[in-house]
Design a protein around this ligand. Structure first.
Ligand code: PMP
Length: 417
């Protein structure tokens, strides 16, 4: 493992070396991260050296791509600390994985069974359950909340004998809030239900260990952790995956097909109908190797220091409202100007080549409950620097027409530059 250096880390991302991006301050990492050279290269290498569909016992190239897919599955199992590669399903991303779970898990439920969600969930962890609830007459229940922010310590109040599924964030894209998994696990103990973790944000910021989390399923998207778009992972405990019906039918997911019925393949291929995004699987393998070679604890400490400074800096600006908190936070600052529109601030920042996101962050129920309109979200990755953070703070102060000394550099930042 290399000792973590933000500058060395950043140098591996070719986008930042482009002339037009020399002044770019990219703080939209919760939407997607940039890709290191190794990941970009892996996409091209697949098409140049291995391109073929996957068929286990076929020609040389097909064997090569099949081996590659199964090798990346093994890497992913290690990345997640799954018990075996049989517990890892490739899918297009967290959204597809959650749709798969909503479809397959709910098909076995009875009318009146309950699904527990929270108000902070991404739309990807709300809408599929709403659709399944409508199909099977299921009841959706929500963790008690204060102004939209879930009280995960009161989860037990909405869990009962009819609860079959609890699907909760592993880290919020809108507020950064990261629940305490042990607290959730303890409240679910003794119930016959499946606990799903939406790990889309979590995977970018810390090593995932499904065994110690103790969840039954976890979903994530490669593009949020320096990998390619178009590919993600569904982890499922083998006993539960084994009991689930497949959701899409087609090639690759069958053992035997008859005219009227078919026998499905074993795990995990039963959930991978059709040709997968093979070059993206190869690039996911490169992203997993890239992360494996990093000191993730030091990466997380760097991100936390950036985030602390962001919160401190925005907190010191009169006229800005902070919505996120730095504690238990996975890389997100959420704020809004007290007067005027968040979108105007975003455009002002864009004019200075500072990329943040404005809007509802696919978490409309949260913002409605909080009584907030659109927010500005600045989200960090390990390649961000204190210069990025200071540039953002100065630009916000400038937008508010404040004395820039209010946002002037923090003494601690020099040590991290
Ligand atoms: N859940 C969370 C918490 C997310 O942040 C996102 C992406 N913004 C998703 C789910 C959906 O991920 P994807 O769009 O990659 O499927």
């Amino acid at each position: 493992q290399l000792p973590f250096s933000p500058a060395v880390f950043r140098a591996q991302f070719p986008l930042f070396a482009q002339q037009e991006n020399r002044d770019l301050v990219y703080l939209d990492n919760a939407a997607t991260t940039h890709k290191p050279q190794a990941v970009i290269q892996a996409v091209g290498d697949f098409y140049v050296h291995s391109n073929s569909n996957t068929h286990r016992s076929s020609h040389r190239l097909a064997r090569r791509s099949t081996e590659m897919v199964e090798r990346v599955r093994e890497q992913a199992a290690i990345f997640l600390n799954a018990a075996s590669a049989r517990e890892v399903v490739f899918c297009r991303g967290a959204t597809e994985a959650l749709n798969l779970l909503a479809y397959s898990l709910c098909s076995g439920l009875d009318a009146g069974d309950e699904i527990v969600l929270s108000t902070i969930e991404h739309h990807a962890n709300l809408v599929p359950w709403q659709m399944a609830a409508a199909r099977h007459q299921l009841r959706l229940r929500y963790v008690p909340h204060t102004a939209g922010v879930p009280r995960f310590d009161r989860l037990h109040e909405v869990v009962g004998p009819r609860t079959r599924i609890v699907s909760l964030t592993g880290g919020s894209n809108a507020l950064g809030l990261r629940p305490d998994f042990a607290q959730i696990r303890n409240q679910l103990a003794g119930y016959d239900l499946r606990w799903i973790v939406d790990g889309a944000q979590l995977a970018a910021h810390e090593a995932i260990d499904v065994d110690s989390i103790g969840c039954d399923f976890l979903v994530c998207s490669a593009h949020k952790f320096y990998g390619p778009t178009g590919i993600g992972l569904l982890y499922g405990r083998e006993q539960w995956l084994e009991s689930l019906p497949p959701w899409q039918g087609g090639g690759e997911m069958i053992a035997e097909v008859g005219l009227y019925e078919s026998e499905y393949a074993g795990l995990p291929h039963r959930f991978e109908a059709g040709t997968s995004s093979l070059a993206d699987i190869a690039a996911l393998g490169a992203a997993l190797e890239f992360l494996r070679s990093q000191d993730r604890v030091a990466m997380a400490a760097h991100e936390q220091a950036l985030l602390a400074r962001l919160h401190e800096g925005i907190g010191a600006l009169p006229g800005m409202r902070l919505l996120s908190q730095p504690q238990h936070n996975l890389g997100v600052l959420a704020c809004a100007p007290e007067a005027g529109q968040a979108a105007d601030l975003m455009h002002w920042l864009d004019g200075r080549d500072i990329a943040v996101r404005v809007g509802h962050h696919c978490a409309q129920p949260l913002l409605h409950a909080a009584g907030t309109g659109a927010t500005v979200r600045a989200s960090v990755a390990a390649y961000n620097t204190f210069d990025d953070v200071e540039a953002f703070l100065l630009a916000v102060a400038d937008y508010l027409q404040l004395d820039q000394s209010l946002a002037s550099a923090w003494p601690g930042s020099a040590a991290w530059a």
